[in-house]
Design a protein around this ligand. Sequence first.
Ligand SMILES: Nc1nc2c(c(=O)[nH]1)N(C=O)[C@@H](CNc1ccc(C(=O)N[C@@H](CCC(=O)O)C(=O)O)cc1)CN2
Ligand SMILES: Nc1ncnc2c1ncn2[C@@H]1O[C@H](COP(=O)(O)OP(=O)(O)OP(=O)(O)O)[C@@H](O)[C@H]1O
Length: 237
Amino acid sequence: MATIAGPAVELLRQQKKALRLAMKRTLRNFPLESRLEEDKAIQKHVLSADWFAQSRSLCAYLSCAALREVDTNQIVASILQHDASEMAKELYVPRIVDREANMVMLNVSTTEDLVTNSMGIVEPDFTDSGGHPRKSVLEASHPVDVLLVPGLVFDRSGRRCGRGGGYYDVFLSKYLELVKDKNWKRPLLVALAYSVQVVADPVPIAETDVPVDALVLASGVLPVSDYAIKLMSTEQT
Ligand SMILES: Nc1nc2c(c(=O)[nH]1)N(C=O)[C@@H](CNc1ccc(C(=O)N[C@@H](CCC(=O)O)C(=O)O)cc1)CN2
Ligand SMILES: Nc1ncnc2c1ncn2[C@@H]1O[C@H](COP(=O)(O)OP(=O)(O)OP(=O)(O)O)[C@@H](O)[C@H]1O
């Protein structure tokens, strides 16, 4: 096996590296006004979706402007600033643990819980303001309904290429395993992407890459898995 897997793995690594480089260039050339326009439209689609309104617990990434990630500030603010008439939603956000692709999703209840780390990414501390450890989504007594994931390149089948850390792939495989073990309802994996981040050719993937169920684009919500098509069928673009 090793004689076959070796060169194949190396080829895939090179293909992904080239794809990431090309997409970073594309994003640099994507005009700011278009980016802001799409940020607004994408977040509006999320905020007005039934699957979002009905969700009680979510994981979401905290967008990094320098990385030109689709903005999640309005979504995060909306989750944290529910008014008395609405049911509160629980939010978990990523926190890097080490350089070995380990990441946890920690519960936060206010934007004051978030601080910018050395990589320019906003993250929560491991402990809350009272010094108590924050709850990890892996320790929660119930599953999240929706996971909003970042990424660099996507195709229309939901294949995803991230920044190369493997953080999301490792976390998602762990989390989906837990969901299966507990017999929980599977969460919807939803990626937010600018129009230029969806490519026509299939994104090269390995067995460990976890595809998403749906993409939210400026043009609308695009469910891609059978699971998402069933759950989001009224919202296809
Ligand atoms: N907003 C956000 N939070 C996240 C992620 C993410 O992609 N976006 N992650 C998802 O994994 C984890 C952090 N992983 C990261 C991986 C790479 C870079 C980064 O700055 N990469 C540079 C290149 C750095 C280099 O090659 O030396 C880049 O992509 O331009 C940032 C975060 C957890 N939190
Ligand atoms: N479930 C997993 N278990 C162990 N290693 C993994 C797993 N998933 C990915 N990796 C490893 O992580 C590294 C980066 O993977 P990949 O290129 O798929 O990351 P990415 O999707 O770009 O990043 P991210 O998931 O952080 O957005 C690879 O060496 C890959 O083998």
